[in-house]
Design a protein. Structure first.
Length: 329
């Protein structure tokens, strides 16, 4: 049993656009129905960034809320790690825009790309960085404006995605609370199943790639679903076993919010009862890297997570990437 504590979460925050897109709105856009979407995914509403609002704007608001909750000022931030697949621009990093917007003049800032697992990857990275003893405050942010890469003529994908951001502020552990463990894994052989093919070096933006709608998310839904259920179940099982814990030791399970059926399957795999499973997929849809930190912020602010509770985080995303974390609050 490890149970050594790593960095602790001292503040959380989220930011979600006010503008919404309901199942009824989608019925007017593509051949779908409220009933189909609710039954297959559990979703009812997603939030959509207004024109002119960038990923860094949502990330900035989430980060500011996390800093306010922790009572930490921007100049005290040492590192900003931002997980996203919808960067403001190809480069510089969106984290650098956040750094500028919050005024974190003493920070190093960079993005990481692990799709919907990005927040767990960021958490693992930040936790490891604390071991160097060089850092006191690290922001880990998951932020997405997926509506800008969603094809609203493709019913297979357009019903699924929404926009938002969540952030956590980490400090060295006090020995009472902290990250118990993290686990990350990838399988690049399956990268083609969930991809935005255009806009990079393979298919740079040209009239042709735009005409072929390559600048939008493409997904083999059924295959992604099967892999997500297996990988998230494995990630949850693995981290519990590594730490000598079982589902009974976990007070709250927060998985990536991609689909209620995937969330329920993960909980069943590690025998965590329904009352200990967090789901907000109904209100936000799939917000990729932002989904776990948004849920975590809600759970903390609503009192669903209390000091001493063990919370398990589990994610899966394009790449494929997946991972898990157990955090003692
Ligand atoms: C996308 C998803 C909800 C589809 O659910 P599903 O039960 O697998 O449904 P299928 O893909 O088997 O499609 C069933 C039928 O519904 C149709 N369909 C797909 N989207 C639809 C929509 N929005 N409205 C109505 N019908 C739809 C399909 O065309 C298919 O029709 P067919 O049988 O005539 O070919 C599900 O596969 C899923 O959640 N996948 C994972 C998505 C995900 O999590 N992605 C991100 C990972 S981080």
């Amino acid at each position: 049993m490890k149970h050594e504590l790593g960095a602790k979460i001292v503040g959380t925050g989220r930011a979600v656009p006010e503008n919404t897109l309901t199942n009824e709105d989608l019925e007017k856009m593509v051949d779908t129905s409220d009933e189909w979407i609710r039954e297959r995914t559990g979703m009812k509403v997603r939030h959509i960034a207004e024109p002119g609002v960038d990923t860094s704007d949502l990330a900035t608001r989430a980060a500011e809320n996390a800093m306010a909750a922790a009572g930490v000022t921007a100049t005290e931030i040492d590192v900003i790690i931002l997980a996203t697949i919808t960067a403001d621009v190809q480069f510089p990093s969106t984290a650098c825009y956040v750094q500028q917007k919050i005024g974190a003049v003493n920070a190093a800032a960079f993005d990481i790309a692990a799709a919907c697992s990005g927040f767990i990857y960021g958490l693992q990275l930040a936790n490891s960085m604390f071991l160097s003893g060089k850092y006191k405050n690290i922001l880990v942010i998951g932020a997405e404006v997926l509506s800008r890469i969603t094809d609203y003529t493709d019913r297979n994908t357009c019903v699924l995605f929404g926009d938002g951001a969540g952030a956590v502020l980490l400090q060295p552990t006090d020995g009472q609370s902290g990250i118990i463990d993290t686990y990350i894994k990838s399988d690049g052989r399956l990268s083609h199943l969930l991809i935005m093919p255009g806009g990079g070096t393979r298919n740079p933006a040209t009239y042709e790639t735009i005409d072929q709608r390559m600048n939008y998310i493409k997904m083999e839904g059924r295959e992604v679903f099967k892999s997500a259920v297996t990988a998230m179940g494995d990630a949850a099982t693995h981290i519990l076993k590594e730490n000598g814990l079982t589902g009974k030791d976990i007070q709250l399970l927060i998985t990536h919010q991609a689909n209620n059926r995937i969330i329920e399957a993960t909980a069943r795999r590690v025998k965590i009862s329904k009352d200990k499973v967090y789901s907000n997929v109904e209100h936000y849809g799939n917000t990729s890297a932002a989904s776990i930190p948004i849920a975590l912020d809600e759970a903390i602010r609503d009192g669903r997570l209390k000091r001493g509770d063990k919370c398990m985080l589990v994610a899966f995303g394009g790449g494929f990437t997946w991972g898990s974390a157990i955090v003692q609050m």
